[in-house]
Design a protein around this ligand. Structure first.
Ligand SMILES: Nc1ncnc2c1ncn2[C@@H]1O[C@H](COP(=O)(O)OP(=O)(O)O)[C@@H](O)[C@H]1O
Ligand SMILES: [Mg+2]
Length: 242
């Protein structure tokens, strides 16, 4: 398969799918790890569908497999069994270039620790993914400033990550995740490193912005209170979703 093929296949499939089709559908998703001769079955057949614009909390205690599930769905790691469909496209049918294109065109990521580029300032961190996506610099800067302003960090555009507070860093990471208008945002404990008050404020801003943008989101958290603010809560228990 040529490098350009998966993108073409993906776009055609996306055109065929109606807007009502799930942005994400997993069925029988399983993932095990073998270490020191012992195998642990972390995901044992996860069936999960997320509709367009739906914000779903993925709730489960530490070690229940939330990050493992997000990594599989984010096409960051192979090694899983079962089906993952994103925008109607079966991930298993994509090669490495196709998975990269899928991540770039359809997904946005927010991690517990911001993972911003330390040598670039806030606005550049939000502009760069847009340039990689093919945007022109001027509209990319406009969109970045708009997103950062909507998140309350419009006065920190030229600060580097190290010059920002934890809450500000996560706001920049949220703006970066949304920059390319992803159909689905995957967030892994996005406020997990923040104090309770800041976590509440940043999560509220995140939800408001994601709703305003019309993206869907899957947000891992172990916090029931934060989970309750989302459209739907799913619980990861013994490797499946009840
Ligand atoms: N790369 C790996 N190798 C071996 N075990 C792993 C690996 N990644 C995760 N695990 C194990 O899988 C389980 C679930 O981990 P994780 O998905 O990080 O849970 P959560 O994000 O809910 O805290 C844990 O028991 C963890 O030790
Ligand atoms: Mg985790």
């Amino acid at each position: 398969m040529s490098e350009a093929m998966p993108r073409t296949v993906g776009s055609e499939a996306m055109l065929r799918t109606g807007a009502s089709e799930a942005v994400l559908q997993t069925s029988g998703l399983a993932r095990s790890f073998t270490q020191g001769g012992a195998t642990i079955h972390v995901l044992r057949g996860v069936d999960l569908a997320i509709a367009p614009s739906e914000i779903v909390a993925l709730l489960g205690p530490s070690g229940s497999g939330k990050s493992t599930l997000l990594q599989a769905v984010g096409l960051l790691e192979g090694g899983f069994a079962g089906s993952i469909r994103i925008g109607g496209v079966e991930a298993a049918q994509l090669d490495a270039a196709g998975r990269t294109a899928m991540r770039r065109d359809r997904l946005g990521f927010v991690y517990q620790f911001h993972h911003l580029l330390p040598d670039f300032n806030a606005i550049e961190n939000v502009v760069l993914p847009q340039l990689i996506h093919g945007a022109e610099r001027a509209p990319a800067e406009e969109r970045a400033a708009e997103l950062l302003t909507a998140l309350g960090v419009g006065h920190r555009l030229t600060h580097r990550p190290a010059q920002l507070s934890g809450g500000e860093q996560q706001r920049v990471a949220v703006a970066r995740a949304l920059a390319n208008r992803p159909a689905l945002v995957l967030a892994d404990e996005p406020t997990g490193n923040l104090d309770e008050h800041t976590a509440d404020v940043v999560l509220a801003e995140f939800l408001r912005l994601v709703r305003g943008e019309g993206s869907a989101a899957l947000v891992a958290t172990h916090n029931e209170r934060l989970a309750a603010k989302m459209d739907r809560v799913v619980r990861l228990h013994e490797g499946t979703i009840a």
